[in-house]
Design a binder for this molecule. Structure first.
Ligand SMILES: [Zn+2]
Length: 234
């Protein structure tokens, strides 16, 4: 699951955590301070320590990410004991790691424009969302301010690209959390924290290929003929 990990064959001095060509310069100073236990490791080549492609669950992805970060951090700090349990903060940090990773991958031009106080290109798919960078350097939308009853996450959802494996895993997780409800309910649930441009298409496609939804939707017809006694059918 670890991608292109040729660094593992080298001495620890050559591992990514030591000689990061990371996005440090792109991160806010507050974020750098907050990051003491996170050790975000995004290289300029957008090469991740974890290959997201084989994962079918957000939960497993975040656990593996936490394991990899702990492994790298503990090797460079040999006196630190390895706790087998993951804290809620750790899971949250790992989720932020992936969000920043995909935002940097898909919205680098927008992030750079916002950092330089420049206008976003007209061709940007998120220009209409009036995005901004929060204190943790996450790209959020400015809109929905008038809906006073909403909490901060709902007023300013985190922007995620549609054509992205991490976004698919998040959408699947939310779809499962609400008991495999339909596209509208899944999208509403997602928008409590995330905003995906053209997200409805992603959700519809995801539900179309969801095995549980397929089974559930197919059952009534199958059961009707399968459960009726022979004499009732003839
Ligand atoms: Zn489903």
């Amino acid at each position: 699951m670890m991608a292109r990990h040729t660094w593992l064959k080298q001495t620890p001095d050559h591992w990514p955590n030591r000689h990061r060509t990371i996005l440090d310069s792109e991160l806010c100073s507050e974020e750098l301070e907050h990051r003491s236990s996170v050790h975000v490791t995004v290289t300029q080549q957008r090469e991740s320590l974890v290959d997201i492609n084989p994962f079918s669950s957000r939960k497993t992805l975040l656990k593996v990410t936490a394991c990899v970060f702990r492994f790298v951090n503990n090797v460079t700090n040999i006196n630190k004991s390895m706790n087998l349990y993951f804290t809620a903060d750790e899971v949250q940090n790992d989720e932020y790691f992936w969000i920043k990773y995909v935002q940097a991958e898909f919205y680098s031009a927008e992030i750079s424009a916002l950092r330089s106080n420049k206008q976003l290109r007209n061709s940007s798919e998120i220009k209409g969302l009036v995005p901004y960078l929060d204190e943790g350097c996450l790209l959020r939308i400015t809109g929905r301010l008038l809906e006073a009853e909403l909490c901060f996450g709902e007023k300013h959802p985190i922007i995620l690209p549609r054509r992205c494996k991490f976004t698919e895993l998040l959408a699947t997780r939310e779809h499962e959390r609400i008991g495999h409800c339909g596209a509208f309910a899944t999208l509403t649930q997602l928008r409590k924290k995330y905003w995906i441009p053209k997200g409805r298409q992603l959700v519809k496609t995801m539900i179309r290929i969801c095995l549980i939804c397929k089974k559930y939707n197919a059952e009534p017809a199958d059961q009707l003929s399968g459960q009726l006694p022979r004499d009732r059918i003839s």
